[in-house]
Design a protein around this ligand. Structure first.
Ligand code: TA6
Length: 296
C-alpha cells in the first residue's frame, strides 16, 4: 500500500477508472492511471485549463480505449502508423494502464507523481521493440508534464511522441495562438502540404490540423472571452501541433460532443514528422510541457 503525501489520493473516477487526485496548495490535477492521462488541471481561483469531451469513453483494458480530452500521450507514433492501417491511432501508450511509481511533495506545496509503462506482450505484438516510459506530472499553480522514453531494446528505436493537450477556451473562433509566426508546418487538411506561417498569430476559422516542425518556441493561447492566456512552454520538443476538428469532423468523432469543438483547441507538445526520434540502444529522451495561466 503506497503512502501518499497530504493532498494526494487514489480513487475510482468516471467509468470506474482509477484516478490519482493531486490537490496541491496552488492547483489541482487529476490523472487516470489508464494512459497516465492528465484529465484535469485547475489553478486555485481559476477555471479548468483542460477540456474533456462530453462523450469521453472511459474504458481500461489491454488495450483500453483512448480518453478524449485532457492530455493523451502519443507513443511510439503520432497519428496513423505509417504502413499499418490496423495499428491504433497515436500508438499504444494511451491505451494501457500505467503504474503509479511515486507521489511526493515538492517545493512551494507542489505535488509530483511519476507513472511508468514498459513494453509488454501486447505492445510487442504491434511494435517489436522494447521501451520504458515514465510520465512525471507536477502540479502547483502550473502543470509540468515530463515524458521520458528509454530504448531498452538492442536496436535503434525510431519513434514519435506527443502530449496531445486539449485546452478549454471560451470560443475557439475568438482565440489567437502566438509563438508560431513564420514557422514551417505540414497542413494535414491539405494533403500534408509543407507551408510557412505568416507574421500574424494563428487564428482558427475552419478545421485546422497543422504540424509545426523545427520549433522550440513557447506558445501562448490568448482567450479574450475568458480574459485568460494559457502559456505552453516546452523543452526536448521540436514539434508543435495545432488542431481543431471544426463542425463536420466533430460530428464524425463518436466520443466528441457535436458542439465540443467550440470550446477546445489542441496545442500539442511533440516530436513528430521531420522531428521523429532515433534512440540508440539504452538512449533516453525527455520532453517537457509546462502549462501556466495568466490574464489576457
Ligand atoms: O493532433 C491532431 C490529430 O492527429 C488529428 O489529425 C486528429 O486525428 C486528432 O489528432 C485526434 O486523434 P484521435 O486518434 O485522438 O481521434
Amino acid at each position: 500500500m503506497k503512502v501518499f503525501p497530504a493532498g494526494a489520493r487514489l480513487e475510482r473516477g468516471a467509468g470506474g477508472l482509477e484516478r490519482l487526485v493531486l490537490a496541491a496548495q496552488a492547483g489541482e490535477a487529476h490523472v487516470y492511471t489508464h494512459g497516465a492521462h492528465v484529465a484535469h488541471f485547475q489553478p486555485v481561483g481559476g477555471r479548468p485549463v483542460l477540456m474533456m469531451s462530453s462523450r469521453a469513453q472511459l474504458e481500461a483494458g489491454v488495450p483500453g480505449k483512448p480518453i478524449r480530452g485532457g492530455v493523451p500521450i502519443c507513443f511510439p507514433w503520432f497519428g496513423a502508423r505509417a504502413g499499418d492501417a490496423q495499428a491504433p491511432m497515436h500508438g499504444v501508450a494511451r491505451l494501457l494502464t500505467w503504474d503509479v511509481e511515486s507521489v511526493t511533495q515538492e517545493d512551494q506545496g507542489r505535488l509530483r507523481a511519476v507513472f511508468a509503462l514498459t513494453s509488454n506482450d501486447y505492445t510487442r505484438g504491434i511494435f517489436p521493440q522494447d521501451f520504458a516510459l515514465r510520465h512525471t506530472v507536477t502540479v502547483g499553480d502550473s502543470l509540468e508534464m515530463a515524458l521520458t522514453a528509454r530504448n531498452t531494446s538492442a536496436t535503434e528505436l525510431d519513434c514519435e511522441m506527443a502530449l496531445h493537450s486539449y485546452f478549454a477556451v471560451s470560443d475557439v473562433r475568438q482565440v489567437a495562438i502566438r509563438g508560431l509566426e513564420r514557422a514551417t508546418y505540414l497542413d494535414k487538411t491539405d494533403a500534408w502540404a509543407r507551408k510557412t506561417a505568416g507574421n500574424d498569430p494563428v487564428v482558427l476559422a475552419d478545421e485546422t490540423d497543422r504540424v509545426f516542425v523545427g520549433t522550440q518556441s513557447t506558445v501562448t493561447l490568448a482567450d479574450p472571452g475568458w480574459q485568460r492566456r494559457i502559456v505552453v512552454g516546452k523543452s526536448g520538443s521540436n514539434t508543435t501541433v495545432v488542431w481543431n476538428p471544426w463542425i463536420e469532423k466533430a460530428r464524425a468523432i463518436a466520443d466528441l460532443g457535436d458542439d465540443d469543438w467550440k470550446g477546445m483547441v489542441c496545442i500539442e507538445t511533440a516530436n513528430a514528422a521531420d522531428n521523429a526520434l532515433a534512440l540508440a540502444p539504452g538512449a533516453v529522451h525527455t520532453m517537457v510541457a509546462t502549462i501556466s495561466v495568466g490574464r489576457e
